[in-house]
Design a protein around this ligand. Structure first.
Ligand code: GLA
Ligand code: ZN
Length: 668
């Protein structure tokens, strides 16, 4: 495990450029009181740094960086390319993106550029070069932060042209493109490259937002891949410029967890360290947040930065509830537990105007260091400081790998049928939650991971099985691994064309089943799972009608015309076992299946006791760091396992009870 930092960065987005100088001095005083040692600056300052095409003005940023340097901050320096200045859009309207509805945007908002605009690239590159030349040798720069939350697509003519070149590289010939996209359907055969257009809603795209559909998933998935690559090229351009002036400071950009638009596994290969922004809603299950942390750790298999979280509340969700007393602290320790080596906020001082003025910050509109939120930030700051560098770079050993794949995410949610309720992340999360509740650590891994590092692989809705993935899973099971997959798996190839010969296609032999038909159940409909070993639970959403081809049924359907046929199966294959879950069980039903799976896999929970507390372990140089978190909102008994040991955060012995949002750290 690697960490590029010498201490845990504690700070966040800081915008002194929005404030008069007197406020800067007050900031320095208050931040010190809160134990803040890091500031992320220059995230959205392009318009100030470059008031027009020919002029740069770094005087204010110089002052900010000098001040932070004098106070020994670890500076996270952003490049400001996430929001274009108005003059750039006025002088070169083509730099603005064209949205899915086909509308060319005017100046406004942020994250608004066309990634394939040569004009955007030129001006962004020049700005970054100025920044890198000026600050690249500054010893207080701890990390470069490129752009901000890369997102949103573009469907302009420039992008269309770039898409055709991307396709030529990928497929070589137009015949290969036609074959991949199955263009005989609806007479889409392309005879010239320039007949291909971007699949916006003016073309093959349908619907709206992230729930949108498409007439040709092959085209739309390739376009998603292309957009992800296009933005990644923007990132790489900035990174390479910085590297010319600064050979070793880590470079990152802030990601967004399970954000759909970008293939983060591909992105992470180009990043020195992963960083991400964690904004759960008031009702997001804690297991879902944990899953996102594990995914962000899994991108590089290394500790990550928490680039943003709110100290108190957001402004952009429907209901921006306050974090309850202790909740920010507990949430921060949860983040560290899952692999974070930094805790950073958006933001340090609450803005005075514009749409984020109700977004929480370390310093509120009162300007006071005597608020509940400030005190809680200061407490956490002191705890992080006391811990020093002990945890930096610590790993999170796991025996279970849960597959996550952006191609699958796109493809599964583009499919028209069998059910609109099929949601990729929800499918993955229900499996993740089981392991979370059982205190069995999990790695979130890509489909091309080295499976041999795990005892068990969890692969729900592995709808798209790309080249060599089935073979790798087979080799894993043959060698003694335990695999679980299920409905909507093994269905299509990388272009969304069906693997012919019966579902689950290339997984059919491994799972020892053939799914002849797939029934879709509406929310008000359900079926029953009858377990061979006794017991029943409800199931729904989809029901595969299965034939055993070597597997054994561990549960069968209780109702409908397929009553008595297998629903969940287990297949011995080589030295290992493959499970196939042909329907959506309720939570208890799934737990029952996964109990057996965990037993087959020989998966050891971190602690045996049943407890609703979250228990997570990081390990460094033989020292184990155990986090015990009460995220339940209710008092809970402390696990016997830790009683009497010292909680290093408070120096007190672990007692009999944890209060709501208590967070303990025990070293062994
Ligand atoms: C994102 C952005 C920040 C800010 C926060 C508000 O994460 O990166 O600039 O807008 O959201 O939650
Ligand atoms: Zn474009």
């Amino acid at each position: 495990m690697k960490t590029p930092f010498s201490r845990m960065l504690y700070g966040g987005d800081y915008n002194p450029n929005q404030w008069p100088r007197e406020v800067w001095e007050e900031d320095m005083r208050l931040f010190q009181k809160a134990g803040i040692n890091s500031a992320t600056v220059n995230v959205f300052s392009w318009a100030k740094l470059q008031p027009n095409e020919g002029t740069y003005d770094f005087s204010e940023l110089d002052d900010v960086i000098d001040m932070l340097g004098r106070e020994n901050y670890d500076i996270v320096l952003a490049t400001s390319t996430g929001a274009m200045p108005a003059w750039l859009v006025k002088n070169y309207p083509e730099v603005a993106r064209v949205d899915f509805e086909g509308r060319r945007h005017k100046f406004g908002q942020r994250h608004n550029h066309c990634p394939n605009s040569a004009v955007y690239q030129k001006f962004a590159g020049k700005l970054v070069e100025e920044l890198a030349r000026r600050y690249g040798k500054n010893p207080h720069i701890a990390c470069w932060h490129i752009n901000n939350e890369y997102n949103t697509g573009c469907y302009c003519e420039n992008c269309e042209k770039a898409f055709r070149i991307w396709l030529q590289k990928k497929y070589g010939t137009l015949e290969a493109v036609n074959a991949a996209w199955n263009t005989e359907f609806w007479g889409h055969t392309f005879h010239e490259w320039d007949e291909i257009v971007a699949p916006s809603s003016l073309s093959d795209g349908m619907g709206f937002g992230w729930t949108r559909k498409t007439a040709f998933a092959g085209i739309s998935i390739d376009y998603d891949r292309f957009l992800s690559d296009s933005l990644l090229e923007n990132y790489k351009m900035e990174r390479d410029i910085i590297r010319r002036y600064d050979p070793d400071t880590p470079i990152t950009t802030n990601l967004m967890g399970t954000y759909k638009g970008l293939d983060y596994f591909k992105w992470a290969k180009e990043m020195d360290i992963v960083s991400w922004d964690n904004y759960p809603a008031y009702n997001t299950p804690w297991s879902e947040t944990a899953m996102r942390h594990d995914l962000m750790r899994g991108l590089k298999g290394q500790p990550f930065m928490l680039m943003e979280q709110t100290p108190s509340q957001q402004n952009w969700q429907a209901y921006n509830s306050l974090k309850r007393p202790g909740q920010m602290r507990a949430q921060s320790w949860q983040t560290v537990a899952h692999g974070a080596d930094t805790i950073q906020f958006f933001q340090l001082r609450r803005s005075k105007g514009a749409c984020e003025k109700f977004h929480g910050a370390v310093i509120s509109h009162s300007g006071s260091g005597e608020t509940r939120v400030f005190r809680e930030c200061a407490q956490l700051g002191a705890e992080l400081q006391a811990l020093g560098d002990q945890l930096l770079g610590a790993g999170n050993p796991a025996e279970v790998g849960v597959l996550f794949d952006w191609d699958n995410y796109w493809a599964l949610e583009y499919t028209s049928g069998p059910s609109v309720d099929l949601k990729y992340c929800a499918q993955i999360h229900q499996y993740y939650r089981y392991f979370y509740e059982k205190h069995i650590p999990v790695d979130m891994i890509p489909v091309d991971a080295d499976f041999s590092r795990y005892k068990a692989i969890v692969a729900p809705v592995l709808y798209m099985v790309k080249e060599s993935v089935a073979e790798a899973l087979e080799a894993f099971v043959e060698a003694g691994g335990t695999l679980i997959t299920g409905f909507m798996s093994g269905i299509v190839d990388q272009s969304d064309n069906v693997h012919l010969g019966g579902y689950p296609g290339p997984l059919r032999k491994l799972c020892g089943v053939w799914a002849e038909e797939i029934d879709a159940l509406a929310p008000e409909q359900s079926n029953t799972l009858r377990f061979a070993g006794g017991g029943e639970s409800k199931c729904g959403l989809l029901c595969d009608i299965l034939h055993l081809e070597g597997a054994q049924a561990i549960a069968s359907y209780g109702g409908d015309f397929y009553a008595g046929t297998p629903a969940v199966t287990r297949n011995n294959c080589g030295k290992g076992v493959a499970y196939y879950v042909g329907t959506q069980p309720d939570q208890d039903g799934l737990a029952k299946i996964l109990d057996q799976f965990a037993q087959d896999g020989g998966l050891a929970p971190l602690i045996q006791e049943e407890t609703p507390l979250e228990v997570v372990r990081r390990v460094k140089d033989g020292t184990e760091f155990w986090f015990i978190l009460n995220l339940t909102g209710q008092p809970q008994p402390a696990p016997e396992n830790f009683r009497g040991e010292t909680d290093v955060l408070t120096g007190e012995a672990v007692g009999g009870q944890l209060k709501p949002f208590d967070a303990l750290l025990v070293k062994r």
